[in-house]
Design a binder for this molecule. Structure first.
Ligand SMILES: *[C@@H]1O[C@H](CO)[C@@H](O)[C@H](O)[C@H]1NC(C)=O
Ligand SMILES: *[C@@H]1O[C@H](CO)[C@@H](O)[C@H](O)[C@H]1NC(C)=O
Ligand SMILES: *[C@@H]1O[C@H](CO)[C@@H](O)[C@H](O)[C@H]1NC(C)=O
Ligand SMILES: *[C@@H]1O[C@H](CO)[C@@H](O)[C@H](O)[C@H]1NC(C)=O
Ligand SMILES: *[C@@H]1O[C@H](CO)[C@@H](O)[C@H](O)[C@H]1NC(C)=O
Ligand SMILES: *[C@@H]1O[C@H](CO)[C@@H](O)[C@H](O)[C@H]1NC(C)=O
Length: 509
């Protein structure tokens, strides 16, 4: 079969690029190493598309990393093979973009390598040969990925926010890098949310890191706190595109959650948005800032968002729902189709994902391909259920998965090794890239009808430049050969090898 395919549909050739410098951490566990003078990057895929060819980019358990092969499109139907039909006439959600978070820890790690290595790192996400990020999540104040607890108005009660000021962390670890990224992506969308309001606003039954809620008398003061933050960032040249009222508002309902938090029920979040945050942003010149509800885990939906969106006042302020991925395994993504059907003018966006350590294992799992499969499988699933984008958590952590003053070490797509003055691109970096590089903002999901009985996972998008990206994941131990057929009867036979993630790119015609 493979030989027949090869004769009938000639391989045009391998596309050369500046390749991955591999470092191995064991069998099938490789990372790509970059430093001040070298980093692998991609030739713009669009420039490789010619009339009559298509591209297949593959990353694999065995160590391929976004390696492209160019094949010719066939005009004749193959005599056999499982045909998958792409239909670009019916379009679904329009994509908003992909990104990662600029926490204090990310800035701290960026500060441990030379300026050229640091630029190479940020260019990997945002540069012209990078993976196409257009979103950044920028916490308002401290998080667990900081070296201390802080807000922008710490101390005794300060109802007029007379003491409000950005922190050293903003000036040292965030703003300079946001400003650099803005030179690469001028219209980068920055979203912000607090992990905790100033502690004097919070009713705390057991410290600042668990069982907390916003005191009734400070709802409006907190809305002014948002205005102060947006103004302070604006004064430093950074416009914030969107906000949500609170990171994981459900966390404050755990008695000893252990991380900066503030608890809101969905109804309390509704009240804050409708009565305080929404009207106050409009009144003070920030009415064009996107407001998101949620910032909670999948099992809370659609109820969480619908509690807010059913209130016509809150609905008038909210543009969409933000989601975190940590409990995705316990609830079906079809609930987002329900949410979309009920409130079709509101977007649904993932705003946090990262790997929690496996019990007894280090947080950073070097070269772990399984993590790339789990992440990309989840992304395919949610994009097939109306989600418009994905923002990962810390963009770069150290070799332990920190720093984190609360010892909440995690994995990251990029791990910085300050001792060696180099950084490692993990398999999950490539999992994100298979989407972010090929599905620019403004792309629309289109119909893809897999052949029956396939075990592949897939999703397809029509891009603003009229190219189509089809993402294909094979988590199985066997290869699967398929023929992708376009609306205009072009045939693209491909073998989706065992344990690979692929992006197929072709021009729609
Ligand atoms: C940077 O990486 C390149 C490619 O692996 C290598 O040739 C070079 O020696 C490295 N530079 C330093 C300073 O380690
Ligand atoms: C909102 O409008 C102001 C003033 O026109 C502008 O400076 C800012 O960039 C806009 N913000 C967004 C997120 O579009
Ligand atoms: C308060 O929080 C601490 C630290 O998170 C925890 O050990 C303790 O059990 C909590 N106390 C109560 C009464 O829940
Ligand atoms: C957010 O929603 C408001 C109210 O519907 C609307 O005026 C604004 O244009 C929306 N912003 C974005 C970025 O969609
Ligand atoms: C890779 O990550 C997965 C998911 O976190 C985990 O179950 C597995 O043990 C890891 N593999 C290795 C070799 O650490
Ligand atoms: C980081 O670099 C140092 C110095 O080259 C090396 O000894 C160490 O093994 C590296 N750490 C990792 C996780 O690769």
């Amino acid at each position: 079969m493979a030989i027949i395919c090869c004769i009938a549909y000639c391989l045009v050739g391998y596309v050369s690029g500046q390749g991955c410098v591999r470092k191995s951490f064991g069998t099938n566990r490789i990372v790509c190493v970059c430093n001040a003078t070298y980093c692998d990057n991609l030739q713009a895929p669009e420039t490789l598309l010619k009339s009559g060819n298509f591209l297949l980019y593959t990353s694999s358990q065995s160590g391929k990393r976004l390696s492209p092969i160019s094949y010719s499109v066939s005009k004749t139907a193959p005599s056999s093979g499982n045909v998958w039909q792409v239909g670009s006439c019916v379009t679904y959600q329009e994509m908003l973009g992909f990104g990662g978070a600029m926490t204090d820890s990310v800035g701290i790690n960026l500060g441990t390598i030379s300026e050229t290595a640091r630029q190479n790192l940020l260019n990997q996400y945002f540069g012209p040969n990078g993976i196409g990020y257009t979103f950044i999540r920028n916490p308002m104040g401290g998080t667990d990925f900081s070296t201390r607890f802080y807000t922008y108005d710490d101390g005794d009660v300060d109802k007029t926010l007379s003491r409000f000021s950005l922190a050293n962390e903003d000036f040292k670890f965030k703003l300079p890098y946001l400003q650099y990224i803005r030179t690469l992506v001028p219209n980068v969308k920055i979203i912000a949310t607090p992990w905790s309001p100033p502690t004097w606003m919070v009713e705390s039954r057991n410290g600042t890191e668990g069982f907390t809620r916003l005191k009734d008398e400070y709802y409006q003061v907190l809305a002014y706190y948002f205005v102060n933050f947006l103004s302070a960032y604006k004064n430093n040249g950074i416009d914030i595109w969107g906000v949500s009222s609170q990171n994981e508002p459900g966390d404050g309902y755990y008695v000893s959650f252990g991380i900066n938090s503030c608890g809101y029920s969905p109804d309390e979040e509704r009240k804050f948005i409708a009565n305080n945050l929404g009207p106050t942003l409009r009144k003070y010149g920030f009415g064009n800032v996107t407001i998101m509800d949620g910032e909670e885990q999948r099992p809370e939906f659609p109820e969480w968002a619908e509690t807010i969106l059913r209130d016509s006042t809150a609905n008038g302020y909210v543009n969409g729902t933000a989601l975190h991925w940590y409990f995705d395994g316990v609830a079906s993504a079809s609930r987002f189709t329900t949410l979309h059907n009920d409130f079709q003018d509101k977007f649904i966006l993932y705003t946090e994902s990262s790997y929690l350590p496996d019990i007894g294992q280090p947080a950073v799992s070097f070269g772990n391909w399984t993590r790339a499969e789990i992440l990309s499988s989840d992304m395919i699933d949610v994009f097939n259920n109306w989600v418009v984008g994905w923002i990962d958590w810390n963009m770069a952590l150290d070799t332990a998965g920190g720093p984190t003053y609360l010892n909440n070490y995690l994995d990251s797509p990029i791990i910085v090794n300050a001792t060696a003055q180099e950084f490692y691109k993990q398999p999950i970096f490539y999992a994100l890239a298979h989407f972010s590089k090929f599905v620019p903002p403004g792309s629309k999901r289109i119909q893809l009808n897999p052949a029956p009985k396939t075990t592949l996972e897939s999703v397809a998008f029509l891009r603003p430049d009229n190219n189509v990206a089809v993402i294909l994941l094979n988590q199985n131990d066997d290869d699967e050969s398929i023929v992708v057929k376009t609306g205009s009867d072009n045939y693209m036979p491909v073998t989706v090898a065992a344990h690979t993630l692929n992006t197929l790119l072709y021009t729609n015609q």
